[in-house]
Design a protein around this ligand. Structure first.
Ligand SMILES: *Cc1c(COP(=O)(O)O)cnc(C)c1O
Length: 396
């Protein structure tokens, strides 16, 4: 038995994180987080907060005033959107094509509202025609919610079209962009999205624990005009704005996670240095190389090509292979983490992330080489020794 006196400093192994998140953190972000802690109302920290808003507006492509990081992980961003925009008795159309749409339903119910589900097969994008039909049948709906990048399957839905349809039926839109922000195009203002939330641990090359959110003028108007109090004190944006609000004399609401915000600031500076469009292109290029390698090996993608997320690759497992044993060997022998299937896809796919800083040629080659080596050693029915060369063909 370990006694407390035997416990000393925790030194984590150095892994390569190619699962569904968290993903590899950029060293500049980790360095930023190790800097001196200052007060969360220190004038210099307030200046960082003002910059943070501008950097997030850049990442989301929005001019929304209410664009801030929630002091908690992506799930709290989700909850922020729902508890602020939904009131008891509302009808909310929730599109579900994977795990995270199910969590949206759960949020709607906990707000005392009624979810109307639009269901699509796991691995498929949300079908805009089904949304249209559902909204015609439910004129009482006030809100439509969907996941832009379904991390449980690797499918991307057409956020622009879904938002347009929702608006044609007088609904506001809540979008989950936890896995999309920084990895694949989001054009908040151009598409007219009303409420969006993301996470720091997927394509932003940052540590887990913060959730960038943005709300349109229409969303803010709805929040200000609520008949009932927001059920969560911590996530009530009317209160949070006293600390984060434009030109607001910063008032204490909660103690901001100061060092975590240094990290997010640095990750957004990195994104700006690279350029948003270049970051999207990098994710796409590395995805194509990884795909070439997997396909040469004989693995196939479960999502139709047009809806594939470059940052989350869900691939089939070769017949007769113990998928958990493969992941175990990758972790133990190669310090490489890849993801298992989730929900309906548990045991059926691996989920390989190429998110943020982790989306690079070195990781693509490393993952293909390691997987090839483990599967070949296990005598799995794959084409051995060809994956890396196939990926090299894409890099040229
Ligand atoms: C990861 C993820 C979340 C939850 O984010 P956490 O940081 O784990 O709380 C929500 N939605 C999607 C689509 C995700 O991929």
């Amino acid at each position: 038995m370990t006694t407390s006196s035997k416990i000393s400093t925790f030194i984590p192994p150095v892994r390569t994180l190619m699962g569904p998140g968290p993903s590899d953190v950029h060293p500049r972000v980790l360095n930023a987080m190790a800097r001196s802690t200052i007060g969360h109302l220190d004038p210099q920290f307030v200046a960082l907060m003002d910059e943070m808003k501008i950097l997030l507006q850049y990442a989301f492509k929005t001019k929304n005033e209410l664009t801030i990081p929630v002091s908690a992980p992506g799930s709290a961003g989700m909850e922020t959107a729902f508890v602020n925009l939904i009131e008891p008795g509302d009808t909310v159309v929730v599109c579900q094509n994977g795990v995270f749409g199910g969590r949206m339903k759960e949020n709607v119910e906990r707000c005392g509202a009624t979810p109307i589900m639009v269901e699509d097969e796991w691995g498929m994008p949300v079908d805009p025609n089904k949304l249209e039909e559902t909204l015609k049948a439910h004129p009482e709906a006030t809100t439509v919610a969907f996941v832009h990048a379904e991390t449980s399957t690797g499918a991307q839905s057409d956020a622009e079209t879904l938002t347009r349809i929702a608006h044609e039926h007088g609904c506001l839109v809540i979008v989950d962009a936890v896995t999309s922000l920084g990895g694949t195009p989001i054009k908040l203002d151009e598409w007219g999205i009303d409420a969006i939330y993301s996470g720091t641990q997927k394509c932003l090359s940052c540590t887990p624990g913060l959730s960038p959110v943005s709300f349109s003028a229409a969303a803010v108007e709805r929040i200000k005009g609520r008949k009932t109090k927001v059920q969560s004190w911590f996530l009530d944006l009317n209160l949070v704005m006293g600390y984060w609000g434009a030109g607001a004399k910063r008032a204490y609401h909660h103690t901001a996670p100061v060092n975590a915000l240094y990290g997010l600031h640095e990750s957004l500076v990195l994104l700006q240095e690279e350029g948003l469009e270049n970051a999207w292109a990098r994710h796409q290029k590395n995805h194509l190389a990884l795909r070439a390698g997997f396909e040469a090996m004989g693995l196939s993608f479960i999502v139709p090509e047009a809806a594939r997320l470059p940052q989350l690759n869900a691939v089939t497992i070769p017949d007769g292979v113990d998928e958990a044993a493969v992941r175990g060997r990758l972790l133990n022998d190669f310090n490489l983490e890849i993801g298992a299937g989730l929900g309906a896809l548990a045991g059926k796919v691996w989920r390989i992330g190429l998110m943020g800083h982790a989306s690079n040629a070195k990781n693509v080659m490393f993952c293909l080489g390691a997987l090839d080596s483990v599967l070949t050693d296990m005598k799995a029915p794959i084409e051995s020794g060809v994956a890396v060369a196939a990926a090299q063909g894409v890099y040229g």
